[in-house]
Write a protein that binds this ligand. Structure first.
Ligand SMILES: Nc1ncnc2c1ncn2[C@@H]1O[C@H](COP(=O)(O)OP(=O)(O)OP(=O)(O)O)[C@@H](O)[C@H]1O
Length: 212
């Protein structure tokens, strides 16, 4: 398989702080790539650069065959959970997803209901998000990330706040996306998630990314 993402000499500094040293690497298509590292080591920054949310200080990011920030602003087919996603609290889970779907493309009502079902929110799709627990919000965040079956999934600590059953269901969902050919980048502080799910693991330490 070829690489779906190619990073060439990318680095990131904020003022005098170097978060990532120049890095050249590829992420193979259809695999689950784990990113581990201590708090503040640069996992989210790396993911944001791949998503086009942050510009690298040096270097290039290519996703598919498109250079991010040049050919396209953002990867063409990507879903992400990155930091806290703000849903509109006074709208239902279904309506939140329908509004996002309407902005990005075309998903039928049935498809939105199916994705709510898939993340275990099928029976509360009509409930206002303000009444959701943290774990339920996290499930909704996963729903918005996967609902358009993107070619790339970037999941920054997706199991945060989930109970044991939720974690198991999310693991199955992530494996199902992989089986469908999605390239996945996953960060987690839970070493079990990384061990069970990932084909390849990278650790970020002192700005350097090392393959484990
Ligand atoms: N927009 C920004 N401006 C300035 N500094 C930033 C910005 N975003 C991130 N940083 C800094 O970059 C470093 C890496 O942050 P990052 O969020 O990538 O860490 P992380 O590995 O995801 O941590 P955690 O495990 O806590 O989620 C931190 O020191 C952070 O303060």
């Amino acid at each position: 398989m070829s690489d779906y993402i190619q990073l060439t000499n990318i680095s990131k500094t904020f003022g005098k702080q170097t978060v990532l040293q120049p890095l050249t690497m590829g992420f193979e298509e259809g695999m689950i790539h784990g990113i581990i590292g201590r708090n503040g080591s640069g996992k989210t920054v790396l993911m944001k650069m791949i998503l086009g949310i942050l510009q690298p200080t040096t270097g290039t990011v290519i996703v598919g065959d498109k250079r991010i920030g040049k050919d396209v602003d953002f990867p063409e087919s990507a879903g992400a959970i990155i930091e806290t996603i703000e849903f509109i609290p006074y709208m239902s889970a279904y309506q939140n997803l329908a509004d996002i779907a309407a902005m990005r493309g075309n998903l039928s009502k049935t498809q939105i209901k199916e994705v709510l079902e898939m993340v275990g929110l099928g029976n509360v799709g009509g409930k206002h998000v303000s009444k959701f627990s943290m774990g339920m919000r996290q499930r909704l965040a996963i729903a918005q990330a996967v609902m358009e079956s993107p070619k790339l999934l970037i999941l920054d600590e997706p199991m945060n706040g989930m109970d044991e059953k939720g974690v198991e269901e999310m693991r199955q969902l992530i494996l199902a996306r992989k089986a469908a050919g999605t390239t996945i980048i996953l960060s987690s502080h839970n070493i079990e998630d990384i061990r069970i799910l990932c084909d390849q693991v990278y650790r970020i330490d002192a700005g350097v990314v090392m393959r484990k």
